[in-house]
Design a protein around this ligand. Structure first.
Ligand code: AGP
Length: 600
């Protein structure tokens, strides 16, 4: 998703701040970049396609400014071209924008009739034009911003410059994240605080329909009615030590290998002192159902939780893709707890679903990794996963941290509603305390994963199958492979493949499978034999003692149902990684993808 930085200083050149901020926002995914700054009383704009380094090439060492804005663009409306890149200047107004103006056609129509013409196919240029329209009408930028907020629909985080005003930056926000950081004789606007921690860790969070006037010594934040707000100044205190790859080739590999620690870090507060710690988890017994909402990998973590809540705690549980949740009749009920899962806490689809639940005054719980992200201020209660900063776009340690948190939540519920005896719960807690010893050996099977990667990396289609919880894990396995290797891979319920898709299975088509359910395994093995009979190559992750030479077996240790998902996913993550490594893709920042999808 787009990244925004704006900076103003009394006595320093802010161009290095803008570039550093953009580089630290690269994890959000983008395909073009640009900068606008005052130099000799004029706004200079430079825009490039591709990486921020291309922008750096175009800024000379003599260029210097005390006020400017910058942007990395993840294309929504209009291709990744220099013309469509931000900043966009219309009349007196120059802006950078993250989000989507949903009624951009209606606004374009109105402005065209007022004589405006447009150079780009972006909604952002129309946003700049609407701000300029009202600026010319009122000759007052704050009234222009307030009028814009009344008319523009959708999401926006905007920072803007005005011709002939070198002393003030402005910014406005609705649904897309925006913070204003403050330093000594300088202030910075950014999409997230971590982008500019090099300069300061004190910041304000803008909420929806708020805007600010920012100069080098003052930050005035107002609501859409122009009322000055007294916002809390926050301090980001979390070590940002993770942002180096260390000796690893990619962040993704580093983050996969960290999972012995991040899973334990997430679990410790709830297992350290046995049942007493576990019971610090929220009490779910007052609800008669649990809904879970998330996107992508977070959704897959929710499906693991559904299995545990329904099969173990006998509690009704539905899991929804956030982008679907809003547009269906969910039979909302005060007796249902809705759990929102998000690594970034900024995913627009998930935030929108959360706002729907909140607007109905219904209970919500967040399972979120990034502290002080937008969702943490919206949920009734937040359980922070301890995965640390996850830089790679493909989520790995955040997923296992989410599954850990959800497993322990389900375990605490099983204790409270007596679907498990205390002895059984203590058994699970004991295994959680040993989790690193179960995970580490799986991380160390590099040769096995690399040899599988060598056999599959040139294939066009790869299938992942399983039954029950193994089917749920196959979804995460397929997503990991496709998003970083660009190989078409699909997850199928093992029993479903023969109802159509098996027609795609041909000689050497890889079929990856996990079989870890004694009751279901015989049927899964039958499904494997069906694909083998059609020439497939089978790779089987199992805790069972199969020794069929036709199966390439990856053994994992036996573990209870609350821990098993954390073991099954490791081979899937590393097979995906080594396959993509052989393909030479941009593993940490795969094409078209963003780490935090802040548009719907
Ligand atoms: C997972 O590898 C992807 N990067 C993506 O599916 C991600 O899980 C999804 O966009 C949700 O992100 P969130 O957890 O930050 O809300």
């Amino acid at each position: 998703m787009c990244g925004i930085v704006g900076a103003i200083s009394k006595d320093k050149n802010i161009l290095p701040i803008l570039i550093t901020g953009l580089k630290n926002l690269e994890y959000r995914g983008y395909d073009s970049a640009g900068v606008a700054y005052f130099e000799n009383n004029k706004i200079c704009i430079t825009k490039v396609t591709g990486k921020v380094d291309n922008l750096v090439q175009k800024i000379s060492d003599d260029d210097s400014s005390k006020i400017g804005i910058a942007h990395t663009r993840w294309a929504t409306h209009g291709k990744a071209t220099t013309v469509n890149a931000h900043p966009h200047k219309v009349g007196h107004i120059t802006i950078v924008h993250n989000g989507i103006i949903e009624n951009f056609e209606e606004i374009k129509e109105k402005l065209s009739q007022c004589g405006y013409s447009f150079k780009t196919s972006t909604d952002s240029e129309i946003a700049a034009a609407l701000l300029n329209y009202y600026y010319e009408e009122y000759n007052n930028i704050e009234k222009a911003i307030e009028s814009f907020m009344k008319e523009a629909k959708g999401s926006y985080a905007i920072s803007l410059l005005i011709d002939n005003d070198q002393n003030n930056l402005y910014c406005l926000k609705k649904e897309s994240p925006l913070i204003i950081a403050t330093g000594n004789n300088f202030n910075i606007i950014a999409s997230d605080i971590r982008a500019i921690l090099k300069y300061t860790n004190k910041y304000y969070i803008l909420d929806d329909f708020e805007y600010a006037k920012v100069n080098n010594s003052e930050i005035i934040i107002k609501n859409s009615k122009g009322l000055v707000l007294n916002k809390e100044l926050k301090e980001y205190t979390h070590e940002n030590k993770e942002n180096s790859k260390g000796h690893y080739k990619h962040y993704m590999l580093k983050e996969i290998m960290e999972q012995s620690k991040t899973i334990a870090d997430t679990a410790i507060p709830y297992i350290d002192d046995g049942i007493a710690s576990l019971l610090t988890m929220p009490d779910l017994t007052k609800y008669n159902a649990i809904d879970i909402v998330g996107c992508g990998t977070a959704y897959h973590a929710g499906l693991v939780a559904k299995y545990l809540f329904q099969e173990i705690t006998n509690t009704k549980c539905n899991v929804y893709l956030a982008s679907e949740y809003r547009y269906q009749n969910n039979f909302l009920s005060k007796d249902t707890l809705t759990i929102f899962i998000s690594q970034s806490g900024e995913t627009a689809d998930t935030i929108a679903a959360l706002k729907l639940v909140k607007s109905n005054n219904l209970p919500s719980l967040g399972i979120i990794n990034v502290e002080n992200s937008s969702m943490t201020f919206l949920v009734d209660q937040c359980l922070y996963t301890k995965a640390g900063s996850e830089i790679a776009v493909a989520s790995t340690k955040a997923y296992t941290a989410q599954v850990t948190m959800l497993s322990l939540l389900a375990l605490s519920h099983a204790y409270r509603n007596k679907t498990l005896k205390e002895k059984e719960v203590l058994e699970v807690l004991k295994e959680f305390k040993n989790i690193s010893n179960l995970i580490t050996p799986l991380l160390d099977k590099k040769n096995i994963y690399q040899s599988i990667a060598k056999e599959i990396y040139n294939e066009d289609d790869i299938f992942y199958i399983g039954r029950g919880l193994d089917y749920v894990l196959s979804m995460e396995g397929a997503l990991k492979l496709k998003e970083i290797s660009y190989i078409h891979s699909e997850a199928y319920a093992a029993g479903e493949l023969k109802h159509g898709t098996i027609s795609l299975v041909k000689k050497n088509t890889p079929v990856l499978c996990s079989a870890t359910n004694d009751k279901l395994n015989p049927k899964t093995v039958s499904n494997l034999k069906e694909v083998l009979a059609r020439g497939a190559k089978v790779y089987l992750i199992t805790d069972d003692s199969y020794n069929d030479p036709a199966f390439n077996i990856i053994n994992i240790p036996k573990a209870n149902i609350f821990i098993k998902p954390l073991l099954i996913v490791i081979p899937y993550q590393l097979i995906a990684y080594y396959t993509a490594d052989l393909k030479g893709t941009d593993i940490d920042k795969p094409k078209n993808l963003a780490k935090s999808v802040t548009v719907e």
